[in-house]
Design a protein around this ligand. Sequence first.
Ligand code: S3P
Length: 449
Amino acid sequence: MSAAVITVETQENLSQKLVIQRPPFGLSLQGRIRVPGDKSISHRALMLGAMAGGDTQIQGLLLGEDPRSTASCFRAMGADISELNPEFVRVKGIGLGNFSEPVDVLNAGNSGTTLRLMLGLLASHPGRFFTVTGDSSLRSRPMSRVVKPLQQMGGQIWGRNGSALAPLAIQGQALKPIHYHSPIASAQVKSCILLAGLMTEGQTTVTEPALSRDHSERMFRAFGAELSIDPETNSVTVTGPARLYGQKVIVPGDISSAAFWLVAGAIVPGSDLVIENVGVNPTRTGILEALALMGADIQRENEREVAGEPVADLRVRSSAMHCCTIAGDIIPRLIDEIPILAVAAAFAEGTTIIRDAEELRVKESDRITVMAQQLNKMGAKVTELPDGMEITGGTTLVGTDLDSHTDHRIAMSLAIASLVATGTTTIHRAEAAAISYPNFTATLAEVCQ
Ligand code: S3P
């Protein structure tokens, strides 16, 4: 078998075209690879490190654009964060409540996690005034999901559309604790309120309709916060004001990035790929369950616990794939993996149904519409549903001109789809991948043999 020809063309405006030419007799994916650090854990390590007393050392931080946005916002409020490096980052904490008032607008770039989590912290910082914004995608994403509960706590926040859209202005206040029943299972909402609770005298509780990722809870505890969890009701309570102490954080590989290789290995015939050091926190492993339901052959090897998070090596070998239905409580545990699951479904036999995933419409792009449009351009049979997709697999995918819509997960999902498409696929605005996976193209070239 011959290798795929993969080229990147950078345009004058710095936008990149990723061109993938599959060899006529196909290819297979082989090797042992590592994926970059977990994005959710990287954000939280930088934030808690900045809020703690003493030094925090971070190993394995994701060097993507999103954590860079978090680091630059916290530096602008006085945190001393060393140069970002996956080997080692040192954060000299300034202590909870000690952030300085930034002299300029805090820019969260493309990162919803940076903006939403930071809002909890800013709103509960008495005596300081903050302004926050983001790129055009982030400025169109709903902020009322965090602004409303913060306002219930007494937070003062102003912005367009009744404070629903960034740019936002925040006058920090001493807040009052609340018990917030979130209408959506969202780790960003939960973490925002809990961060505000760290600074707030008394007990702040968040109850969510289904369990979302619990990295904040794990890290809050590791840094010394008093936290209680009621798994029966999906409730978390933090007692404030908290004192946080700098820690050593080891960031595992991001399962959301590993997901691209898991699907590629499953659908490209003859593949045998090991992805080492992947975080397998049960609140994130919905993708493994969904792929198992579809007949994927994925083994966990070398399971261990690293700095409070479960980690494993994942071995995937290609297999016959069939349809499944993905809906309900599993959705928050695989929400970021639905674009790449749609690629798996386009390849699998039968009609896969994805429901209860309306949240996809307010991610970095409308991931339901964009995935349906782009996969259909390749000859797939995808029908949009208000809260998901119906995907009939087994059609021949044909390489063509595609667009990431500046969404990192769309760019990478389409690149994986191109591995089972005939001819040449061109993905426009492919530079978006660097938001969460800066070396994606290099690894793609490495594993495609
Ligand atoms: C994240 C939570 C999820 C996820 C996002 C990262 C986090 O968002 O989609 O990529 O780190 O807390 P929601 O909380 O909006 O579901």
